[in-house]
Design a protein around this ligand. Structure first.
Ligand SMILES: C[S@@+](CC[C@H](N)C(=O)[O-])C[C@H]1O[C@@H](n2cnc3c(N)ncnc32)[C@H](O)[C@@H]1O
Length: 211
């Protein structure tokens, strides 16, 4: 079978339909870690990224950038001097990202290892973590390891974490488990949306005030 979205043929900018076939093939191979059948729309990406009121020297980390629809919005609004790091588990997506965004830094590996990944690059704790991880389909042990990394990072930076959950999966046990764990660890929570122009519609979740 041919490789999905080979980096040499990947378009310089993400197109949801263009990327959809390769994304779907990767989903079929790794359904629980990819966790979606289509890349996010620009509507969801904009709601997820929000306003980046960050200052030079601060660090923004994106978890699970996939084919890069959220990365595109971040790239457009990244304040000068702010360091970006994307952490992506899937080698095919990592290859596409490094081809599409040669000026940004991407690590091939798991968001659960964020502390070691940042330390290896000499980066400080991220002021903002933006996540596309499919928490509702991740095994509990992975979910917990990722949450620990998030809490430790944004507690140190007094920063903020943002993610999304699909409306149809919002009541699922694993999705509720994720929110319950997060609410134990954060003072601040806001639910934005749903973003109905995304297929499927999704809520954006914002957490701050890590304990
Ligand atoms: C639902 S897709 C979202 C992709 C993209 N952010 C978007 O919105 O279209 C989830 C992404 O998370 C990645 N992923 C899953 N588990 C991961 C982990 N532990 N660390 C880093 N990335 C992971 C998958 O490979 C996939 O790219």
């Amino acid at each position: 079978m041919s490789e999905p979205i080979p980096a040499t043929q990947a378009s310089p900018r993400p197109g949801r339909l263009r990327d959809g076939v390769g994304f779907f093939r990767t989903f079929l191979r790794s359904p629980t870690s990819v966790g979606a059948v289509l890349p996010s729309s620009r509507y969801l990406a904009r709601a997820l990224v929000g306003r980046l009121s960050m200052t030079p020297g601060e660090v923004l980390v994106e978890y699970g950038p996939g084919t890069g629809p959220v990365t595109a919005i971040i790239e457009q609004s990244l304040p000068p001097g702010v360091r970006y790091l994307g952490i992506e588990l899937e080698p095919r997506f990592h290859e596409v990202l490094t081809h599409r965004y040669p000026q940004l830094d991407f690590h091939l590996g798991s968001a659960a290892d964020v502390k070691a990944i940042l330390a290896a690059r000499g980066l400080s704790a991220p002021k903002r973590i933006v996540s596309g991880l499919p928490f509702a389909s991740l095994p509990p042990a992975v979910q917990d390891a990722v949450i620990t990394g998030i809490v430790d990072s944004v507690r140190e930076s007094k920063g903020e974490f943002r993610t999304f959950q699909y409306v149809h999966a919002y009541g699922m046990k694993a999705a509720r488990r994720f929110r319950a764990r997060m609410s134990e660890r954060f003072d601040g929570f806001e639910r934005i949306g749903p973003v109905v122009r995304n297929v499927p519609p999704a809520f954006v979740l914002r957490y701050w005030g890590a304990k």
